[in-house]
Write a protein that binds this ligand. Structure first.
Ligand code: TXA
Ligand code: MG
Length: 317
């Protein structure tokens, strides 16, 4: 299929080289990851990082996640600890982000880390992104490729909808396999989950062999994903509804709900992973269809359901 968007590029060697050159020149590119699409720039360059904040209209106090390819590279920027090694061995590369202490001599742009003495780091699994990281001598700062507080993108077309032509290259890696942002776990003291994701509290507790807490308190700016309003379609939302009017979009889960023009089933089979994958896609679709109200049925609170409900309650705020 021919692309109608001139800034969406299919993945081939020529386009990969183009992306790599762009990143070396401190330009930004849109990239797929296994969680959501990201807006990538050289994490060692204040110039590149500044562009990220500018394009996203993101507050400077909200730090970015730095994406790495090797442990050797990571060691230059942060202090590693035992909890980190256990979780890294079990879950990386994959949808998990670790908050660690920043090293004094780290080359990371201060702006990328919100001037904090901690850094959020992730080893992504998406093959295209791994190939890019492997060809670079610097790590990449990659926030989700959406305007601040809006719905995260899960396809290259979604990225265009957010930024139009202000990003010159968006690599098309198809739909994101997971569809929700990574789990963020703070390892700077007693391990705490700052943002729930596919890798659950139980998974992390098991790997560390201890009880983990989910942080609900917004201490200073631990995870602005915790800022109340986020992931927002810009339409009023009502959660835990059992029905909706015909002119309202109704997001449901499971086969007990009838089919209908205004009914959007996240997973007919009641599969929470499928529901996670469909969540942002569905919110964006509903927004594009110009609904003025969104109702959502209840979603089970286990596994990735916790992350789905977390995003829904922020989107509804
Ligand atoms: O799945 C993901 O993590 C995606 C893909 C693109 O990798 N990235 C992503 O980035 O979701 P972003 O910028 O949309 O969200 C980063 C989250 C924010 O909630 C931010 O506050 C938190 O990570 N964060 C970053 N640095 C932090 C730090 N030093 N301490 C605590 N939280 C931090
Ligand atoms: Mg985001």
């Amino acid at each position: 299929m021919k692309n109608i968007y001139s800034n969406i590029f299919k993945v081939n060697n020529k386009n990969l080289s183009k992306v790599i050159n762009y990143l070396k020149k401190k330009e930004l590119v849109g990239v797929p990851t296994e969680t959501v699409y990201g807006l990538a720039g050289n994490a060692y360059s204040s110039k590149a990082v500044k562009k990220i904040y500018f394009l996203k209209e993101r507050p400077y106090k909200n730090p970015l996640i730095i994406h790495y390819f090797t442990l050797e590279q990571l060691k230059k920027d942060v202090e590693l600890n035992n909890n980190f090694f256990k979780l890294y061995k079990r879950f990386s590369p994959g949808p998990i982000t670790f908050v660690l202490k920043k090293k004094k001599n780290s080359l990371l742009s201060k702006m990328a880390t919100g001037n904090l003495n901690t850094v959020a780091v992730r080893f992504p699994k998406n093959k295209i992104l791994v190939k890019i990281l492997k060809s670079l001598s610097f790590p990449l700062a990659i926030p989700s490729a959406n305007k601040s507080s809006r719905i995260s993108p899960v396809s290259a077309q979604d990225v265009v909808q957010e930024f139009h032509r202000s990003i010159k290259i968006i690599l098309d890696g198809g739909s994101c396999r997971i569809g929700l942002e990574s789990t963020v776990v703070d390892l700077t003291s007693r391990p705490r989950i700052l943002r729930p994701g596919l890798i659950s509290l139980a998974d992390i507790s098991k790997a560390l062999n201890k009880k983990i807490i989910i942080s609900k308190v917004l201490r200073k700016i631990k995870a602005p994903g915790m800022l109340k309003r986020h992931y927002s379609p810009g339409i009023p939302m009502k959660l835990n509804q059992i029905k909706a009017k015909k002119n309202e979009a109704f997001i449901v889960f499971g086969k007990k709900y009838k089919k209908g023009k205004n009914i959007f089933n996240l997973s007919y089979k009641s599969n929470l992973n499928e529901a996670a994958r469909n969540l942002y896609k569905t919110l964006r679709l509903i927004k594009n269809k110009n609904y003025k109200m969104i109702c959502v049925s209840s979603i089970p609170e286990n596994g990735i359901g916790l992350a789905i409900n977390d995003r829904l309650s922020r989107a509804a705020n």
